[in-house]
Write a protein that binds this ligand. Structure first.
Ligand code: ZN
Ligand code: CU
Length: 377
């Protein structure tokens, strides 16, 4: 059935209000407007931040509800709106919550990937004209960071999508839409890990494991994986971790343990949890002489306290968003790195679920049972 230009009725997981499970609903997805693309989503990873915006709303900047979460997806272009030149019907694509318009001041700068196009409206869950393309029961449903991949169809701006290799397996490469790209880029782009260095990665979820993989790709000699869940250590080895430390096994603070283990501190540390206490530990574990601490874990409203001496001798504390990748150009390259075996993705996928099972995926996250659950539409 030809759907171009028509409203599509399909299933989506709608979050009606914060703190409540999502429910599977029939939604209407409008055709794409000017410079927009309608995508048939094939698969979507379930990211910790999807859960956080629903269940830890107080720790995050407020998002408008009702909302369709999901921002780590892959699919096929169903149709394009007027003026779209960058993708066409039938292309395999990954929607991007960080766009790359290629024209704004930040896109033209080599220092950042934070394209300003559509930023303000997508943070408010709507597209450029101030509305969402998705409705349910005659009510507008907001699109989480402009994306909404927990839906069989979605509409995104042309600059928030990238065309990938036609043979790419969508149920795997969807992970490059957020978590894996973020952790991998934290090591390669934000820290710029050097060969022969010592690294510590706090938190062995998908982002942390991808940071481990990035440290290995950069040639780090020692990669110390830190987590309070010892079940994560075996898998961390797969991605290149060389040592494991469980803070629960020590009576001393973890930063002291790691400084002793590394003769005064590591060259690079990564906080992949989103906890201010862990952020402090990650900073203090860096060598005072030029160590670099990258904050990757997501938390918005809590405060991180520092003493001047924490950085005065020469430590660097920095953050990264989407691993620093210029999204439209970088993601297709990461897809091809996966296809030639240089980057692992299959190993992140611990569970395969259906769109009706998003709440189960959240439950797996809370219980620390999954690395990535992938929802297949
Ligand atoms: Zn831009
Ligand atoms: Cu994410």
């Amino acid at each position: 059935m030809e759907t171009e230009g028509k409203v599509i009725k399909c299933k989506a997981a709608v979050a009606w209000e914060p703190g409540k499970p999502v429910s599977t609903e029939e939604v209407e997805v409008a055709p794409p407007k000017v410079h927009e693309v309608r995508i048939k989503i094939a698969a979507s990873g379930v990211c910790h931040s999807d859960w956080s915006y629903l269940y830890e709303a107080g720790k995050m900047s407020p998002r408008p509800f009702p909302l369709i979460l999901g921002h780590e997806g892959a699919g096929v272009v169903e149709s394009v709106g007027p003026g779209v030149t960058k993708v066409s019907k039938g292309d395999k694509v990954i929607p991007l919550f960080v766009p790359q318009c290629g024209q704004c001041e930040r896109c033209l700068s080599s220092k950042t990937n934070l394209c300003t196009k559509n930023w303000a409206n997508t943070q408010q869950g709507v597209l450029a004209d101030g509305t969402s393309r998705i409705t349910c029961k005659n009510q507008q449903v907001h699109q989480f960071i402009g994306i909404s991949t927990f839906s069989e169809f979605t509409v995104v701006p042309e600059d928030n999508v990238t065309k990938i290799h036609p043979d790419a397996p969508l149920d795997k490469v969807c992970l490059l839409g957020c978590g894996v790209a973020t952790g991998y880029g934290a090591a390669l782009n934000a820290a710029k890990v050097e060969a022969g260095s010592t690294c510590a990665v706090f938190g062995l979820g998908a982002v942390g494991l991808a940071a481990v993989m990035g440290c290995k790709a950069a040639g780090a000699t020692r990669i110390i994986a830190v987590d309070i869940n010892p079940n994560k250590f075996e898998i961390a080895k797969t991605f290149g971790a060389t040592e494991f430390v469980n803070p629960k096994d020590h009576s001393k603070p973890i930063q002291e343990v790691l400084r002793e283990l590394t003769n005064g501190g590591v060259d690079y540390s990564f906080e992949c949890v989103g906890n201010v206490g862990v952020m402090r530990a990650a900073l203090e574990v860096c060598s005072p002489a030029g160590g670099i601490c990258v904050i990757v874990g997501w938390i918005e409203v809590e405060e991180l306290t520092l003493a001047p001496l924490d950085i005065l001798l020469g430590r660097t504390l920095k953050g990264t968003y989407f691993g620093g990748w210029k999204s439209v150009e970088a993601v297709p390259i990461l897809v091809e790195e996966y296809m030639i075996g240089r980057l692992l993705l299959d190993e992140f996928v611990t569970h395969r679920l259906t769109l009706d099972q998003v709440n189960q995926a959240f439950d797996l996250i809370v219980r620390g049972k999954s690395i990535r659950a992938v929802i297949e539409m």
